[in-house]
Design a protein around this ligand. Structure first.
Ligand code: GDP
Ligand code: MN
Length: 385
């Protein structure tokens, strides 16, 4: 789960990490007022769920409150396109106004869950800032990494090793050690998948400060933090993904034209593989879960059909907990409600499968039954071809 930069900074601040003074604005007048309060010389930062804003014109230094207001007018409502947003971009609905800081040097610092070691990994580089992706690609030796043992946690000497590798010395080095340990504490206590500071800067005045922050919460831990759902900015999310979340369906939009409805993540992945094998392109990944109800199946079906790229639907369900006739009813209900004339292929197996097939045949929908996974995949590809 993503949150905005200003929210991430608030959290870092609560863990003792220095952040610039700032205000969040929802209108260009608020941008002006915030800039006035902060002394006029400010940084105006578009808040979207993506990085790369600096290069896309979403982060700018201004010198007067009126200039801040002008920039606010320009940014609000605009879709900011960065390498991380995709071509359609993300709409700017909130702007962070911060006191401008004189920067002496920029570093990169993050802690993220490394799935290959199942551990948190600390990543740091003395070449932080907007070019970090390029640094990682062209000179990986400039990126320092440290795997954190969950039983001992991050030790001060390890944090010191990183601070020294960044070229810091004296009190600045010790401040950095404290900051890194605080970042790790934040990561654990807030159940983060990622905490990233880029750039972490040394100011001309000689202080460390987090100039940009990104936090990603671990979705599986959201239930432990009752305040998290309220932190979401729905304007930054895909509509279909929001609906899927409401019904507890795992839905991810993909680029193809075959809508897929499957129960179980493993079966869903196998379905996408087999579809591809026969030349099909899945439009989404959708797992309705093991014990999905008729209502849930209907909702899932509607979500698939709302995607305008979908030209046909492939349903692959194993009726173990869920009975096949119930699934069939869900499909028929949803398809009729939205007047779906698209080709549908259903492959199902398990309890009450004959009853389910009979319901589908008698439904009047443009539906075919697949005998098995391969047959079903071939059918839907053929119906679209
Ligand atoms: P990103 O491009 O989405 O990662 O946005 P950032 O918040 O990292 O901003 C991009 C760049 O703007 C940073 O790497 C800094 O170099 C610069 N920047 C941000 N805030 C300030 C500031 O207060 N003063 C100065 N001089 N530069 C800043
Ligand atoms: Mn940044």
């Amino acid at each position: 789960m993503n949150i905005h930069e200003y929210q991430a900074k608030e959290i870092l601040g609560s863990f003792g990490i220095p952040i610039p003074r700032g205000r969040v604005a929802l209108t260009s007048d608020q941008v002006e007022r915030a800039a006035k309060e902060l002394g006029g010389h400010c940084v105006v930062k578009a808040q979207i769920y993506a990085g790369g804003r600096g290069k896309a014109g979403g982060v700018k230094v201004v010198h007067h409150p009126e200039q801040a207001q002008e920039l606010g007018k320009e940014l609000f409502g605009r879709r900011l396109v960065t390498p991380q947003t995709g071509p359609e971009g993300l709409k700017v609905r909130r702007i962070l106004v911060e006191e401008a800081v004189d920067i002496a040097s920029e570093f990169y610092l993050s802690i993220t869950l490394d799935r290959s070691t199942s551990r948190y990994c600390l990543i740091a580089s003395a070449e932080g800032g907007v070019e970090i992706e390029e640094v990682a690609q062209k000179s990986p030796e400039k990126i320092h990494m440290l795997t954190i043992d969950p039983f001992t946690g991050l030790r001060p000497y390890q944090a010191r090793k990183i601070a020294l590798a960044l070229g810091l010395s004296g009190t600045l080095c010790e401040d950095c050690v404290t900051l890194i340990l605080n970042l790790y504490r934040c990561c654990l206590e807030k159940d983060c998948f990622l905490v990233e500071i880029n750039p972490l800067v040394v100011t001309r005045a000689g202080w460390l400060m987090a100039m940009d922050a990104k936090i990603n919460f671990d979705d599986n831990a959201v239930y432990r933090h009752h305040e998290y759902p309220d932190m979401l900015d729905y304007s930054q999310l895909d509509n279909l993904e929001i609906n899927a979340g409401k019904y507890d369906l795992s839905y991810i939009k993909l680029k193809g034209n075959i809508g897929c409805m499957v129960n179980g993540a493993g079966l869903a992945m196998a379905t996408l593989d087999v579809l591809k094998e026969f030349g099909g392109e899945p439009a989404n990944f959708l797992d309705v879960g093991g014990g999905a109800t008729r209502e849930k199946v209907a909702e899932a079906f509607k979500i698939i059909l709302q995607d305008e790229d979908v030209k046909g639907v492939f349903v692959n369900i194993f009726g173990g907990i869920m009975r096949c006739d119930v699934i069939a009813q869900g499909i028929i209900e949803a398809a009729c409600e939205v007047h779906c004339a698209l080709p549908i292929v259903v492959r199902m197996d398990g309890s009450k499968v004959e009853e389910g097939k009979k319901l589908l045949f008698e439904s009047g929908l443009n539906v075919q039954i697949g005998e098995n996974l391969g047959d079903g995949a071939q059918r839907i590809v053929k119906m679209l071809g």
